[in-house]
Each structure stands twice: as C-alpha cells, then as structure tokens.
Ligand binder design. Structure first.
Ligand SMILES: O=C(O)CCC(=O)C(=O)O
Ligand SMILES: [Fe+2]
Length: 491
C-alpha cells in the first residue's frame, strides 16, 4: 500500500483499479448519491394547545408518558413607550377575545428585521419583509424542551454516534421573535449564519395567530420540505403550535404571507457533549439495517481487489467549518449531520479506520514525483494554514501539508525543461494518502478556505485555495486483515 514511510511505490495496483470498474462499486456510487439526497435534513410537527392537561396515557409501570399537548403560552415584552401598562404588553395563546389591541401594540413595538449580507446588517424589504424583537426584550412560557421538541430534533438530526467517545445532545438558544405580516411579509431564500462552529441548525416555532401563506420551505440537494402553519378558510383544527428544525447549511425561504400575522420564535441549535448513555435509551443511529451498509460491506469484505488494501472516500454532503482554527473548531465526528454521519457510522461499523481529510481539487502545484501539476490532493490536517512567500519555503510547506516529506528537496519555483536531475525519494508521514489511491464514492461539493498564500515583494499578492471535507476509510490489505495488523495510522 502507498502509505509506508519507506517511500515505496504509490501507483495504484491493477487490482485496485478493478474496484472502481466493478458493478458493485458503481451500484454503491448510485446508492450514495440517492442516500445523500434522501437523508433527513429537516423535521417538524404541530402540537395542539389545550386549556388544561389532558389525561396523559400511562405506561405499564404507571409512569406518565410525555405530554403531546401544550398548555396556553404567555408572551410578554418591553414596550417602546415605558408608560404603557404591563397588562397591555402581554398576549396569551391561543389569543383570547379582545386582545387585538395588545397584538397591535406588539406589532408596533417590533423593529425592522435585517439580514446579514457581506458581513453587514441590511434592511431590504424586497428580500426580507419582517419585524423582530431581540430576546432581551421579550419572554415567553414556551419551552421546547418540555414538549419533547428538542429530543425529537436530537433523535432525527443529531443522533449519537456509536463510534464517538461521547454522546452528543442539543442545546437550543432563543434567538428572535419574528413577525411576518400580510400582505407581503416574506424572507427570500437564504442560509442562516451560524453563531459558532458548534451550531448545526435552527428551530422555528410558529405561535397561533391567524394568517394565510407564509409556508417555510427548506431545501437540500434539490429536495424541498414544506412546513405550512397557515389557517385555511373554514379550518376547525383548533389552536396549535407548529415547529420545524433544519440544518444550518440548508437553504430556506418564508413564502409571502398574504393575510394576517405569522408570529414565530426562532432558536439557534448547538451540538453539545451529552452526559453519557442515559439508561440505555439514548437515540443511536444504527446504520447496519440500511441497504447502503450492506453494499459497502459486500464491497469491502468480498471484492478481491483489496488484496493490497486501499481507501474509500466520501465527500461530506453538508457544510462544516472544517478548516476552522478556533477552540470550538470542527469536532468531527461530533458535528456530523445527515448522510455524513451515516457514512461515518457505516465505515466504523465495518471496523475500518476513518480519517477526516481536506481535499483540494485545484491546487496548481508542480509535483516532482509525478512530474505533473499536483492536483487534486489530499491534505494531512484540516486546519486552515497560511504560507508566506518568500519567508516560508513553500515547497516544504506543501510537502508537509500533503504528508510527503523530502529530505533533500530541490527548490522549484518554476519548472524548466532543462531540469533533468531527479528529485530524492520522499518519505511519507503516517497517514499520507494519495488522491489517486482513493475510490471516491461521490462528487466534490462545498469548499472552505484551506491554504492562503501570501507573497510579499514588489507586487504583494494573496491567493486562497479551497478544500472539501472528505471522510476516508482505510481498507487494510488482506494479509493485515487476517492478522489484525494495521500498518497505517490516521491523525
Ligand atoms: O420564520 C421562519 O419560518 C424562518 C425564519 C428564518 O429563516 C430566519 O429567521 O432566519
Ligand atoms: Fe433563516
């Protein structure tokens, strides 16, 4: 295999290239494409509001099961005019008769809702027509934890991974009260700005105020889920709250509100470390029942092309701050979402060693080993890095970044045809992976800034190279599978 530190041949063997041509591998690529689209990226529901708790069903031990209904919700806020009585800055949902005056006051007390554009807060009604209150100006008795909403989100969007050391759970932080009013309240297609690298999603809760239109559409990889909490004519469903949660990188849109007022509370959702396995009831993602698991298992365990081992590579279908250098950096695998966590779990369930790697698909750089522009390339570490020319020896930095180390590297700023001496054999960091040795299960998608090249000189210049985040599984060679002897270490 290609990742010893002795500098032996790294060319894929004939048997390895057979893998990519096999019908099983093709089937797997098709399944991965389907799975990345089909996997849940949003969830939601409605919860009826009742005036007093209904008889809650009991389980066999006489314990009350979780409430599936919500008691009336109080909302209070700070008025613009401090002389207003507190009885006038309060609403109870479902709205009681004769509270139109208070609703009107709430509408007047909200302020125009901006949105982020190029690092600035912009107000533009053709893009977002809404008003808002910051959480310092209002409070409500609504609690998404009590109603099981946060558990449902954790189970659906962020189940704990069997192969992660710790369980993960969801923290919801109240973010805004928003009001979209007819006839033209809306928020055109956008993605929310994560407040920290630990933020994985958003939760929207719609309070029961009469309105038409205003459906929330959430999209991922060409698929759309619609949450419509409007009231249609003659609707006698009774008051309820509607909720929807979705991953931060999903595009979403609030369609035009044609009548009435669409009043929502929004929450930022963060991934936090859990307290461990709670009574064995913690929601686990079990990938072994899925067809994709079986196909990968067959390919890994039955295909004879792995005699010398090799790699399977999967490009994350969601966006992560994978090159972030902050303390709260990308905590892979803790932050994995949707199909990405599924792929990670499948690889780990098969006992494969897994690493998270940056893949730069367009690094224009001469590689003396192959005599080619070395693109694309798999990096050793995810963190964003800066190379300063001429202070840093960029060739050396490049070698370190790829995990290929030349003991006696000749400097190549430009390749000239007259340069014929051969480069010394490189040694390799443990975990060095050549792009060509990976059997890629899907195409490359979102990219994050990975390497900044800063040149000082007569003409100062800066260039940024971008990387995708790949999950790479190492298939050990047949010999080492039998002896359990792993030759490669992932960082
Ligand atoms: O109110 C909604 O349904 C979504 C609002 C939204 O997208 C946002 O506040 O960023
Ligand atoms: Fe949003």
């Amino acid at each position: 295999m290609s990742n010893t530190s002795s500098g032996e041949s790294t060319m894929p063997t004939a048997s390895q290239s057979k893998i990519s041509e096999s019908p099983l591998f093709r089937e797997l690529r098709e399944s991965v494409a389907k799975e990345t689209v089909a996997f849940t990226f949003a969830c939601g529901g409605t919860i009826p509001i009742v005036s007093s708790p209904l008889d809650t069903a009991e389980d066999v031990d006489g314990d009350k099961l979780r409430a599936t209904e919500c008691l009336p919700i109080d909302l209070r806020w700070d008025p613009n005019d401090e002389s207003v009585l507190s009885s006038e800055t309060k609403l109870t949902f479902p709205l009681e008769p004769n509270t139109e005056k208070n609703l009107d006051r709430l509408i007047k007390d909200t302020v125009p809702a901006t949105f982020g554009l190029g690092g600035e807060h912009v107000y533009d009604e053709s893009y977002r027509k809404a008003t808002k209150l910051d959480p310092t100006r209002f409070s409500s008795t609504f609690n998404p934890y009590e109603l099981g909403i946060i558990d449902a989100i954790a189970q659906t969007l962020l189940p704990s991974l069997r192969h992660s050391k710790q369980t993960r759970s969801v923290k919801a932080e109240l973010y805004k009260l928003n009001l979209y009013s007819g006839p033209s309240g809306k928020f055109k297609t956008h993605v929310d700005t994560p407040r920290s690298p630990a933020q994985f999603g958003s939760l929207v809760v719609c309070l029961p105020v009469e309105h038409r239109g205003g459906a929330l559409e959430v999209r991922h990889k060409g698929k759309t889920v619609t949450f419509d909490w409007s009231n249609s004519e003659g609707d006698d469903k009774g008051p309820s709250i509607g909720w929807a949660a979705f991953y931060s990188d999903c595009e979403h849109e609030v369609l035009e509100v044609t009548h009435g007022h669409r009043l929502t509370l929004t929450y930022n959702l963060f991934c936090v470390r859990g307290n461990g396995q709670l009574g064995g009831n913690y929601p686990w993602l079990d990938p072994t029942h899925l067809p994709l698991y079986k196909t990968i298992r067959s390919l890994v365990q039955e295909h004879d092309g792995w005699r010398d081992g090799g790699y399977l590579g999967y490009n994350c279908s969601h966006v992560y701050p994978h090159t972030s250098k902050t303390n709260l950096n990308f905590l892979a695998p803790d932050n994995l979402k949707g199909a990405d966590m599924l792929m990670y779990e499948i690889f780990r369930s098969l006992g494969l060693k897994v690493s998270f790697r940056p893949v730069v698909t367009d690094l224009r750089y001469y590689d003396p080993e192959t005599g080619e522009d070395a693109a694309p390339v798999v990096g050793l570490k995810l963190e964003w890095t800066t190379w300063r020319f001429p202070r840093d020896n960029v060739e050396e930095e490049y070698d370190k970044w790829t995990g290929k180390v030349y003991s006696n590297r000749r400097r190549y700023y430009w390749r000239s045809d007259s340069e014929s001496e051969s480069e010394p054999e490189p040694t390799r960091e443990p975990g060095y992976i050549r792009f060509e040795d990976v059997h890629w299960l899907n195409n490359f998608g979102h990219k994050e800034p990975q390497i900044s090249w800063v040149a000082h000189g007569n003409e100062p210049a800066g260039v940024t190279t971008y990387s995708c985040c790949a999950i790479i599984a190492e298939i050990p060679s047949r010999g080492s599978q039998e002896t359990g002897n792993k030759t490669v270490q992932s960082p």
